[in-house]
Design a protein around this ligand. Structure first.
Ligand code: PBG
Ligand code: ZN
Length: 334
């Protein structure tokens, strides 16, 4: 018998050889850990739909920070839940806002830990939208338009106040048109031309944000986000979104959610040479956790496989609620 076919299995026969031919390697240096901070004292409140993820008041943050640093995770992404909300999201850009205070605290405790500030209004507005709204009634139902240009000024104020508090990177997630240009201009004018912008360039209107909206108490009170976040059906449009961000001065691009949009990640990676960020969002975390808690899947193997797929698709870094778990598993040897 002439067996002349290709023997792929030659390179799979031992752990050593598999490790030598491995194309994608995950390390804790790839990870960004999101943190929810809230007002008050003594708060460490677990998010129901995200077991293992908490809202912390600032006095309770120390242990979490030490753990992150000891696992060699280089960065955190901050979200704030304020004490008061109003129609223009004033607490988002207050000098002593919850995110601003958290930035000051973290930079004083862990100066080498990179602090990335999510810049948006939806956690701070009473209507839960990512900008200012014009509301009206239609057939007895409350409706609203999210105002683009009017909102930009508030996003700029938010970014500048976060930079003033000591944020290392500004990550605007609002999906208004022109937000990168507006924020870049505002930061430069305020003396922060050295602060990079990690733009949520390609952010889809996704059901995968459900658990986040519970965590951050930011569900829209009317309507949805489809007039500013992208249609999940569109991939070519993602190129236009990313291109405008590049032209406006973004330093890093993001695709969000990640798992259902790995094709978009690969396209962006091939098209632009900026560092690319994957956001492994709350719903992706919740699905895996729920299945793991039921004993239906092997959590460790599945989480590492998911994170590896994001890097394989082109991500240079990954925002993930699994950062601490994954870093632990990797340090133990995967
Ligand atoms: C705010 C924001 C959202 C997320 C990050 N920033 C929610 C949204 O757009 O509704 C989602 C993060 C997650 O699901 O983990 N604009
Ligand atoms: Zn928002």
């Amino acid at each position: 018998m002439n067996l002349s076919f290709t023997r792929h299995r030659r390179l799979r026969q031992s752990a050593a050889i598999r490790s030598m031919v491995r194309e994608t390697v995950l390390t804790p240096a790839d990870f960004i850990q999101p943190i929810y901070v809230t007002y008050g004292k003594g708060v460490k409140h677990e998010i129901k739909s995200m077991p293992g993820v908490y809202r912390f008041s600032l006095d309770m943050l120390e242990e979490e920070l030490q753990e992150i640093v000891s696992l060699n995770i280089p960065a955190v992404l901050l979200f704030g839940i304020p004490e008061t909300k109003d129609s223009v999201g004033s607490s988002a850009y207050a000098e002593n806002g919850i995110v601003q205070e958290a930035i000051r605290l973290i930079k004083s405790r862990c100066p080498d830990l990179l602090v990335i500030a999510d810049t948006c209004l939806c956690e701070f507005t009473d209507h839960g939208h990512c900008g200012m709204v014009h509301t009206f009634e239609r057939d007895g139902e409350l409706c609203g338009d999210v105002l683009n240009d009017e909102s930009l000024e508030l996003h700029v104020q938010t970014a500048v106040s976060q930079a003033r508090a000591g944020a290392d990177i500004i990550a605007p997630s609002n999906m208004m048109d022109g937000f990168v240009q507006a924020i870049r201009g505002g930061l430069d004018e305020a003396g922060f031309s050295h602060i990079p912008i990690m733009s949520y360039s390609v952010k889809y209107a996704s059901a995968f944000y459900g658990p986040f909206r519970e965590a951050a108490d930011s569900a829209p009170q009317f309507g949805d986000r489809k007039t500013y976040q992208m249609d999940p059906a569109n991939a070519r449009e993602a190129l236009r979104e990313a291109e405008s961000d590049v032209l406006e001065g973004a330093d890093m691009l993001m695709v969000k959610p990640s798992l259902s949009y790995l094709d978009v990640m690969r396209t962006l990676k091939d098209q632009f040479d900026l560092p690319l960020v994957a956001y492994n969002v709350s719903g992706e975390y919740a699905m895996v956790k729920a299945a793991a808690l039921n004993g239906w899947i092997d959590e460790k193997t599945m989480v590492l496989e998911i994170l590896t797929s994001m890097k394989r698709a082109g991500a240079d870094m990954i925002i993930t609620y699994s950062a601490k778990d994954a870093a632990k598993w990797l340090l133990e040897g995967g």
